[in-house]
Design a protein around this ligand. Structure first.
Ligand SMILES: C[S@@+](CC[C@H](N)C(=O)[O-])C[C@H]1O[C@@H](n2cnc3c(N)ncnc32)[C@H](O)[C@@H]1O
Length: 277
């Protein structure tokens, strides 16, 4: 079985500090959320995707959010700053978690974003302690979907919202491609959209939105790869050959899997039945 670091997006986490250096920022200099947005969002369509989530979930009466798989902390900081909510940002990988925490401190958001390092399947918060659970491109990494959803249901308050943007399978995928998907994207749980919805309903959620993002994301990853290649000279100067080759490999592999027609994605919003108190 692959390790999560077989996915080359997760190597060279210091890329973010090189980008800050390129902007003329000294180490430990204060930062704003907007300055980081171009390189701390590890999902598709950056902060636009977060605006969609905030509009669907609503932020006025939803103060306690959990993000599963928070990466470098980009979504959590943006949600805290623009939604004025409290976010628990749970991240598995220690290096991503440490970078996320230091960036959040530099943005002076540490009272609104709590960074926690760990595996969601072992996350043991109090029942009903979150008004919303959100996740961008992380749940497909995690095994045991029924257990994952059971824990989400338990952690949400009645009436609470579950929102995800996640990768999905399109049709049947043969073993050879599944192996490549695991190596290139650390894809552990790839469900078709109809199965994803059924899994949510089986766990007790009421699905309010379940939308295929497959075509939009196939186009997004195609354009992202072309843009990265076109700017290779600049990237080599800032990051060096090993880091650039790693990210180029990753963007190429993702593009190949999407264009094969076997990899897709969804945006899903569901609610735990009951009335918020
Ligand atoms: C593609 S990144 C997205 C990060 C962030 N959501 C964003 O959009 O910028 C997915 C993240 O999920 C994390 N992850 C994977 N499995 C996890 C688990 N079992 N518990 C917590 N985090 C996990 C990975 O380490 C990775 O940083």
């Amino acid at each position: 079985m692959s390790e999560i670091k077989s996915m080359k997006l997760y190597t060279n986490v210091e890329r973010v500090y090189r980008e800050l250096g390129e902007m003329g920022k000294t180490v430990d200099e204060p930062l704003s959320v907007d300055e980081l947005c171009a390189f701390d969002q590890l999902h598709y369509h950056g902060t636009q995707a977060l605006d969609v989530a905030m509009a669907l979930i609503g932020v006025d009466a939803q103060p306690r959010w959990l993000e599963i798989g928070s990466g470098l902390g980009g979504p959590a900081r943006y949600l805290a700053a623009y939604g004025d909510i409290h976010v628990t940002a749970l991240e598995l990988q220690v290096d991503q978690h440490e970078v996320a925490r230091s960036l959040t401190t530099r943005c002076a958001l540490d009272t609104q974003v709590d960074h926690v390092c760990g595996d969601f399947l072992a996350f043991d918060g109090a029942p009903g302690s979150f008004d919303a659970i959100v996740s961008w491109l992380a749940l497909y990494h995690i095994p045991e979907r029924p257990r994952l959803l059971e824990n989400c249901y338990r952690l949400l308050a009645p009436g609470g919202c579950f929102y995800t943007e996640d990768l999905t399978a399109r049709g049947d995928i043969d073993d050879a491609q599944l192996k490549l998907l695991e190596r290139d994207l650390y894809a552990i749980t790839l469900r078709r959209i109809d199965q994803y919805r059924q899994d949510m309903e089986n766990a007790g959620f009421v699905v309010e939105l379940c939308k295929s993002m497959s075509s939009e994301w196939a186009e997004f990853v195609r354009v992202r790869l072309a843009a990265y290649r076109a700017d290779r000279g600049r990237h080599l100067r800032v990051h060096g050959e090993a880091a650039v080759n790693a990210l180029n490999d990753f963007y190429s592999a993702v593009n190949r899997h999407f264009q094969s027609g076997k990899l897709g994605g969804l945006r899903l919003c569901a609610r735990k039945p009951g009335v918020a108190v």
